[in-house]
Design a protein around this ligand. Structure first.
Ligand SMILES: [Zn+2]
Length: 466
């Protein structure tokens, strides 16, 4: 019976589809969906009724009056101030909210599921099995912090995502980019000098072997690399269009991909129905990417005012991060990486001010790398946005607004249904918060205590009210 239910859930949210090549996926789906039809019709979906909750819907700047919310299967079925009757014959549980706040699960759109726990030396020396197990543990911790969805912007997260979607590992939904695509000497090229020159037919570098980054040095190579990630199930494509902090041979001021290479990536992604996002700090890198048709800029910490205006005019997304100073501790004091980190950090305030001034479509992410300790502060990083935003703006950004960015993946979205909102018909990714986070945003800083119910895809992963 349990297996049959799992099958019918696959048919609904279709998590397998984008994890596998199409032919194989359709076979799996056929097995999962067609065989148990007669049983699936009699299987009773589980329902959860939240009574007496005040709803933050991911769009508004205030809570609803006391309401009831019925979840059936993986969907929010009914929201009403009147009492809701659970449909007859449906197995259900009722959670008495006691006036607490029901809100959408949080979304982090700049996450690297595979790169959070390992230190830099561990990343470069551990095998993929160890890295994936560590990432699985971190994925569980991520969900238990209230993040029900992450957009992974670089790293070999496909197997982790598949294991989560299949229910083998507990974790958030993942919108994977797969390997970040870079140029020789670009951000993500972790090769040592002795590994050069690269020649055709030579073994792949360590970073390429594990699928963390792929190197491409011509429009044709870029097309191949982009299409490979799409084949693997990428829901969007990530390129590094400028220098980066963590890479050893990548000055911050440089532009990497040529316009032709960027356009090749955009064309390949758009042919597949999705988009390209780029890592870019400087004005030059941002401007060149926008001219090539890139739809989202990651970071932008060192851009000028004219570039912010261009982002506004183009309707491009800015995916920003309130980086904590401690993130720099991943790099030795006095190192070039540490110096670059300080430079990026110094641009955070100006960029958030520009984002507000020009009303940029601004998404929230954390970009936590190489630090289990900082990852535990993921919700505190969100709350730290009070330097620039109201509590309601912050909560909207990490739910309804971030979900709009995810929706750019179109049919390449791995999950069918609406995310980031509490509304009828949306996917049931929900948090029950002990208090009103619009009045007191600090509540989110302690998810262990204050997120008393955590639900993803209609399933309860935590219920402290039992
Ligand atoms: Zn990143």
């Amino acid at each position: 019976m349990v297996q049959l239910r799992a099958g019918s859930e696959h048919c609904k949210s279709d998590p397998v589809r984008h994890s596998l090549p199409a032919a194989l996926a359709s076979t799996v789906l056929a097995l999962a969906c067609s065989a148990p039809v007669a049983f699936a019709q009699t299987a009773e979906p589980t329902a959860v009724l939240f009574e007496n909750v005040r709803v933050f819907d991911g769009k508004s700047d205030r809570l609803s009056s006391a309401s009831n919310v019925l979840v059936v299967g993986n969907e929010i079925k009914t929201i009403s101030v009147s009492s809701i009757a659970v449909p007859e014959g449906v197995q259900s549980i009722t959670i008495n909210g006691g006036g607490r706040t029901l809100m959408p699960g949080l979304i982090d759109v700049h996450w690297h599921a595979m790169l959070v726990r390992p230190t830099v030396p561990q990343l470069l020396t551990s095998d993929i099995g160890y890295l994936t197990l560590a990432a699985g543990a971190e994925a569980t911790a991520t969900l238990m912090r209230g993040f029900t969805t992450v957009r992974d912007v670089g790293g070999p997260a496909f197997s982790l995502k598949r294991a989560i979607d299949e229910g083998t590992v507990v974790g958030p939904r993942i919108f994977p980019s797969g390997a970040m695509i870079t140029v020789t000497s670009g951000h993500g090229d972790f090769r040592q000098p002795f590994e050069l020159p690269r020649v055709i037919g030579a073994p792949r570098s360590r970073g390429e072997e594990v699928g963390a980054a792929m190197i491409a040095d011509s429009p044709d190579e870029v097309r191949v690399r982009v299409r490979e990630q799409l084949l693997l199930g990428a829901s969007q494509i990530k390129l590094t269009a400028g220098g980066g902090v963590a890479s050893p041979n990548s000055p911050l001021d440089v532009s990497t991909f040529t316009s032709e290479e960027l356009r090749a990536a955009v064309e390949a992604a758009e042919n597949w129905g999705t988009y390209v996002t780029v890592h870019a700090y400087t004005s030059e890198a941002v401007q060149r990417a926008i001219a090539a048709g890139v739809k989202c800029i990651e970071h932008g910490h060192l851009m000028d005012e004219a570039t912010a205006k261009l982002i506004a005019k183009s309707g491009v997304w800015l995916s920003m991060q309130p980086l904590p100073p401690e993130l720099g501790e991943a790099f030795p004091p006095g190192s070039e990486e540490r110096r670059k980190f300080e430079q990026v950090l110094s641009g955070t305030d100006a960029t958030y001010k520009l984002a507000k001034k020009y009303k940029l479509k601004t998404a929230f992410g954390t970009d936590v790398l190489f630090s289990h300790a900082i990852a535990q502060r993921q919700t505190s990083l969100l709350a730290s946005l009070t330097r620039w935003y109201t509590a309601a703006e912050i909560l909207r950004m990490a739910t309804g607004v971030n979900a709009q960015l995810l929706a750019l993946s179109g049919l390449r979205s791995p999950y069918v249904g609406k995310l980031g909102v509490v509304e009828e018909g949306a996917l049931a990714d929900l948090l029950l918060v002990d208090g009103n986070p619009i009045e007191n945003i600090k509540l989110i800083e302690d998810p262990g205590r204050n997120f008393v119910v955590i639900m993803k895809d209609g399933k309860i992963y935590k219920n402290a009210l039992r």
